[in-house]
Design a protein around this ligand. Structure first.
Ligand code: PHE
Length: 353
C-alpha cells in the first residue's frame, strides 16, 4: 500500500502538470482526495492490514494527502497569476497614447495673433521697466473723459462715438459707458501710484461706429504712460522707435505729424509705412500708403492734476497703440474684421507650435 500511495502521488503530479484551469484542478482534487477518491480507495485496504502495517500506512497516507493539497494550492495560484497577467496584457492602458493616437493627427488650439503680439509687446515693455496694468471695460465719464481733459460740453466727446448705459448714474452722479479707449487706465494708474512710474495697459475698447476694412466696434489698444521728472519728447520718440523695431524685427519707416488729443500737449500721430501694400496704396491704408498706428504726446497738465500729480514737479508722455492695426501690419492682413470673425481657417494660420 505504501508503494501504491507513492505511485498515486506520482500519477497525481503528472496529471496536475498539464492542467490549465482552476476548475480542472478542483476536479482532480476530488478525484484524489474526495470521499470516493483514489486515496480513500487505497485506504479501504487498511482493514486487511496488520497493526504494524497500519502504523506505517496511516502517517504515509496523511503525508501524501498533505503533499497533494500543497501541490494543488501552488497550481491554483500559478493559474490565477497567469490569468491576471493575461488580462493585464489585454487591457493595457497606453498612458503615452503613442499607439492609440496618430501623432500630428490631433487638432490643438493656438493663440490668436492678437494674443501673440500682445504678449510680445508686454515682454518688450517689461524689459524696459514698465508695469502691465489692466482696467475695467465699464467705466464712468470721469475716467473716460473728464479726467482726460474732456469736459461734458467738449466737442472732443464726439471724436469717439460712445456706447452709453441707460442705467443709474454712479455714486458721484456720473454716467456709465463702455470705455472708448484704454486711456482710462492712465487715470487709474496715476491715482494708485506715486511718480516716477511707467506702465502699459493692453485691452479691449468699444466704439459705436460703422465697420469697414480698418474699423471695428470692438478692438484692442495698448496704452502706455511714463511719468517722472524732466521727461521729453525725445524720450517718447526713443521708446516708440525701440518698441516698433523689436516688434517688426526690422526698421520700419515711420513719420510723425502733429495730432490733436485733449489729454496730450503737444500731441502727435505716429504713422508707419503700410506693410500690407508696402506703401503703394490699398484698402487698409485708404490708398495713402501710411497707417495711423500710434497716437501719442506729452501728458496734459490738467490730466496730471486729475490724477493727483503736481504738473509743476512732474511731467510725462502717453501713447495709445492700435493693437489690431499692428497685427494687420505685422501679418499683412487686409481686413480688421477677420480678427474676430471666429473663422478657424483664419486663426489656424497663426499657430506657433
Ligand atoms: N486714447 C487715444 C485714442 O483712442 C489715443 C491716445 C492715447 C492718444 C494716448 C494720445 C495719447 O484715440
Amino acid at each position: 500500500m505504501i508503494e501504491q500511495l507513492e505511485s498515486l502521488f506520482d500519477s497525481f503530479e503528472k496529471s496536475l502538470q498539464v492542467l490549465e484551469t482552476q476548475a480542472d484542478v478542483l476536479n482532480l482534487k476530488s478525484d484524489y482526495l474526495g470521499k470516493k477518491g483514489k486515496v480513500s480507495e487505497i485506504l479501504k485496504g487498511l482493514k486487511d492490514a496488520t497493526p504494524e502495517q497500519r502504523k506505517e500506512i496511516g502517517p504515509k497516507a496523511n503525508e501524501i494527502k498533505d503533499k497533494i493539497q500543497l501541490e494543488m494550492t501552488k497550481k491554483l495560484q500559478e493559474i490565477e497569476m497567469k490569468e491576471i497577467n493575461e488580462k493585464l496584457a489585454q487591457n493595457k492602458i497606453d498612458i503615452t497614447f503613442k499607439n492609440s493616437i496618430k501623432v500630428g493627427a490631433q487638432k490643438h488650439g493656438g493663440f490668436h495673433p492678437r494674443t501673440l503680439i500682445r504678449q510680445e509687446i508686454e515682454d518688450i515693455f517689461l524689459s524696459m521697466g514698465f508695469e502691465v496694468l489692466d482696467g475695467p471695460h465699464v467705466e464712468n465719464e470721469f475716467y473716460n473723459f473728464e479726467a482726460l481733459n474732456i469736459p461734458g460740453d467738449h466737442p472732443a466727446r464726439d471724436m469717439q462715438d460712445t456706447f452709453w448705459f441707460k442705467d443709474e448714474k454712479s455714486e458721484e452722479g456720473k454716467k456709465h459707458l463702455l470705455r472708448t479707449h484704454t486711456s482710462t487706465v492712465q487715470v487709474h494708474g496715476m491715482l494708485s501710484r506715486k511718480p516716477p512710474f511707467r506702465f502699459i495697459a493692453p485691452g479691449t475698447v468699444f466704439r459705436c461706429e460703422r465697420t469697414d476694412a480698418s474699423h471695428e466696434m470692438v478692438f484692442q489698444q495698448l496704452e502706455g504712460m511714463m511719468v517722472g521728472k524732466d521727461i521729453s519728447v525725445g524720450n517718447l520718440i526713443y521708446f516708440m522707435k525701440v518698441a516698433l523695431k523689436e516688434i517688426f524685427k526690422r526698421d520700419v519707416e515711420v513719420r510723425l505729424r502733429p495730432g490733436f488729443f485733449p489729454f496730450v500737449e503737444p500731441g502727435f500721430e505716429l504713422d508707419i509705412k503700410c506693410q500690407v501694400c508696402s506703401g503703394k496704396g490699398c484698402s487698409v491704408c485708404k490708398q495713402t500708403g501710411w497707417v495711423e498706428l500710434l497716437p501719442c504726446g506729452m501728458v496734459h497738465p490738467n490730466v496730471l492734476k486729475a490724477g493727483g500729480i503736481d504738473p509743476e514737479e512732474y511731467n510725462g508722455f502717453a501713447f495709445g497703440l492700435g493693437l489690431d492695426r499692428l497685427v494687420m501690419m505685422k501679418y499683412g492682413i487686409d481686413d480688421i474684421r477677420h480678427l474676430q470673425s471666429g473663422d478657424l481657417r483664419f486663426n489656424e494660420q497663426f499657430k506657433t507650435y
